[in-house]
Design a protein around this ligand. Sequence first.
Ligand SMILES: *Cc1c(COP(=O)(O)O)cnc(C)c1O
Length: 384
Amino acid sequence: MKIPYGKQKIEVEDIEKVVEVLKSDFLTQGPIVNRFEEAFAKEVGAKYAVSFCNATAALHTSFKILNRDLRKKVIVTPITFAASSNCVLYEGGNLEFVDIDPDSFNLDIQKIEELLIKFPDKYQGIIPVDFAGLPVGSEKLSGLAQKYGLWILEDACHAIGGGYYDSKHNFVSVGSCAYSDLTTFSFHPVKHIATGEGGMVTTNNSDIYRKLIKLRSHGMERDTSKLTEPSHGGWYHEMQELGFNYRMSDINAALGLSQLGRLTKNINSRILIAEKYRDFFDTVGVSTQKFDREKFKNAYHLFVIQTEKRKELYDFLREREIFSQVHYLPVYRHPYYRENGFADLNLSCAENYYRQALSLPMFHSMSSEELDFVLTALREFYLS
Ligand SMILES: *Cc1c(COP(=O)(O)O)cnc(C)c1O
């Protein structure tokens, strides 16, 4: 039995929906893209959703829109996929890595506050990541952002379907943008729903929404009321900004729309798998991501443990064809970052986290046989 750390699940209904598009008039952006966006916005409780060819493009466009002053720094987390901070570098922006909280593995909000008190004018925004599926709790961040005039771009690529109760006991679903300006999602096959390649941005701000639409398609404007001169005729459109071709195709959107119908089911399967893992690791005294379980709903993109015997466990599992993974090397330790100003950075919690981190197999289609196979191997490793 070969068990990867993550994988997609494609059902017959998904295939049928994609085939319908292949037989239709639209292969690139068409009516299914709109339907996927509307369904997505409704699912997460945001006013607007704009699809992209992947989350990296979604992050890039989002930063381009939010950026106010390239000299001002953007606060990012070191424990994430590099795309979370690369989006700032694409535009020539400035980054500052802040250390993580050793319990939640999310950005340490206390440390952010200390920085803002010390240097109130140095920053323009924050890109928090809902690491492994655990919402960062953007209500607190939003308070700081308001006080210091910052924007929040929430990278929720791990956390679709997650949420938390805010101080008014309202459930804040990830992507609703109740406490962030923009939220981004990925539909890479290891994430909760798959489109092949794909991403999404949600927002409640109509100006930002219009900018997202324009920038994802070359910066072109077709709306006659927004042209800089009277229209020359039905064909006329203007390129008003340096945009991109970052559109999602109807083929991918059909897969996404079909998969979205199973999101809740997928998250529930992941939660059950996580409970089993957590029970086991509690009994052997191995620490896992800590959070208030009354308050937070973790969407479990990953199940991460902290173990001093990381390498031994990784190899032990691999011999049994169980493929665990490590998420992530602190971003600033990648050679590109080291060569571009971060050579001397050393954030102690991020370093400690990385040294002990291991992600166990976690995917919604994992069968009880597969889970038992992994748990049996873990028992063998820890208890014999
Ligand atoms: C997967 C992921 C991305 C990038 O997603 P793509 O769709 O592959 O571009 C960005 N940020 C985080 C945190 C991710 O996990």
